[in-house]
Design a protein around this ligand. Structure first.
Ligand SMILES: Nc1nc2c(c(=O)[nH]1)N[C@H]1C(S)=C(S)[C@@H](COP(=O)(O)O)O[C@H]1N2
Ligand SMILES: [Mo]
Length: 321
């Protein structure tokens, strides 16, 4: 069975050391709020709604792989409350409070189009069942200088792209977030050009680390983390990992992307994590891991150089930042 009720999570087996400890504590708190509801309807309204929406549904995975060198996972509470998702406001805490109220992640369809032999529109749950889900623990580095370690659930985007068969002329992939100001009230403001668009070179999109992501911490994605489907490209700055995707389009030339259009001198198309190439307004040499006080050194390609450096052989990474 693919989905289980949120309540079943309470009995989920602990697979690693303290792997699910934080989440279990969090959910125990949510259950406590639910119990209190029995005592009074008003109390329930105050405490329960956001917690219940956030808990998500359990997703079964076939394997777990640590791509973060054994580092401690960032607590669930931080992963799901400290977010960038400008469709719900520009404050880090806005998405956690607003996205659960407005965004309806099901039913949801994702269109695959452009230079592809098998164009098709998929229901997100049929997409989710196309390949076995893996849990992958990745480092996640925001261009602003903070970072986390997150256990995502998904499968390689490349597995899916091979299935839909890119045409020989396809060289890039463009991804688009939902445009619906009713579900994404931040789209009523002009902080960015909507909808949010991102892009990858086809070989980056096919790279086995690029994850088509449906969940985190064992559950479906919370709305604030990009429900019901997002990308995670762990060697690039966080803004490349586009949330709440509705369209995947194979194209011949480099797509115009939201942040690159907004500030081309600050956010390049590639945006690979690179401690040697500073943002024009701040250094990228260090980062603050959420939950830690001292800054640590940022690693080349966010620590994934062995796997991805070859993609950029012969490229001047100062020019193609
Ligand atoms: N559609 C959309 N996707 C987005 C963003 C956004 O504002 N809108 N923010 C990006 C940025 S800047 C980061 S750091 C990551 C944050 O992902 P997280 O909240 O799951 O940690 O999402 C990225 N994807
Ligand atoms: Mo970011």
């Amino acid at each position: 069975m693919l989905f289980k009720k949120a309540a079943d999570l309470l009995s989920r087996e602990v697979t690693g050391k303290d792997l699910y400890l934080n989440r279990r504590k969090f959910l125990a708190g949510a259950a406590g709020a639910g119990a209190a509801a029995l005592a009074g309807e008003r109390l329930y309204r105050v405490l329960a709604p956001a917690e219940v929406v956030r808990a998500g549904m359990k997703l079964d995975t076939v394997k777990q792989a640590d791509f973060a060198g054994g580092e401690k996972e960032t607590p669930y509470k931080d992963v799901t409350n400290y977010n960038n998702f400008y469709e719900f406001g520009t404050d880090k805490y806005n998405p956690a409070s607003e996205a659960p109220k407005y965004l309806h992640p099901r039913p949801w369809s994702v269109a695959v189009e452009g230079l592809v032999k098998q164009p098709k529109t998929y229901d997100v749950d049929s997409l989710l069942k196309m390949f076995p889900l893996e849990e992958r623990i990745y480092r996640h580095r925001c261009v602003e200088g903070w970072s986390m370690v997150i256990p995502w659930l998904g499968f390689p985007l490349g597995d899916f792209l091979r299935r839909v068969e890119p045409a020989s002329k396809a060289r890039f992939v463009e991804f688009t977030t939902l445009y619906d100001p009713k579900q994404m009230p931040g789209q009523n403001t002009r902080v960015l050009d909507w909808p949010y668009v991102e892009g990858l070179r086809l070989d980056e999109a096919m790279h086995p680390l690029t994850l088509l992501t449906f969940g985190l911490y064992g559950e479906t994605l919370p709305n604030q983390n990009g429900a019901p489907i997002r990308l995670v490209i762990p060697w690039k700055y966080g803004f490349k990992s586009i949330k709440s995707v509705v369209r995947i389009r194979l194209v011949a030339s480099q797509p115009a992307t939201t942040w690159n259009r907004a500030a081309p001198n600050e956010y390049g198309f590639y945006s690979n994590v690179n401690p040697d190439v500073d943002h024009p307004r701040w250094s990228q040499a260090r980062e603050r891991r959420i939950g830690e006080f001292y800054k640590r050194k940022t690693l080349m390609f966010n620590g994934y150089a062995d796997q991805v450096a070859r993609l950029y052989n012969g490229m001047d990474l100062r020019k193609y930042f």
